[in-house]
Design a binder for this molecule. Structure first.
Ligand SMILES: [Zn+2]
Length: 115
């Protein structure tokens, strides 16, 4: 494993890791709050940073079968959600390449980074 450079997001509205404060996503990349994760409510993002993806696996969800990878915080290794690699239902194709972050493990950390 090589050194992974951590990305710092700037501007208003940043979600980050509840445990270590690593930046994950800007609020303008938030696609939907109407998702369910392992811990309850989860958010769908178009793009996030500073996470590691695990093994690809096939998972049956309420919206059909998907190929997903769990994602963990690059800094503290906490499980934070998953990314959709492939959806089999035509109506779910829009989720491919997008990311789920569990609401329970992210926090709005914007205020900590405003100088
Ligand atoms: Zn973290």
């Amino acid at each position: 494993m090589g050194y992974m450079h951590k990305t710092f997001l700037s501007g208003n509205g940043i979600y980050g890791c509840l445990h270590c404060g690593t930046h994950f996503a800007k609020k303008d990349k938030l696609n939907s709050k109407q998702y369910n994760g392992q811990y309850g409510r989860a958010y769908l993002f178009d793009h996030i940073v500073n996470v590691r993806a695990g093994e690809e696996e096939k998972r049956a969800m309420t919206t059909g079968v998907h190929i997903v990878q769990d994602i963990t915080c690059m800094e503290c290794n906490t499980y934070v959600g998953w990314t959709y690699i492939k959806a089999f239902e035509p109506t779910q194709k829009f989720k491919e390449g997008k990311f789920i972050l569990e609401k329970e493990v992210i926090t709005d950390i914007t205020r900590d980074w405003v100088l």
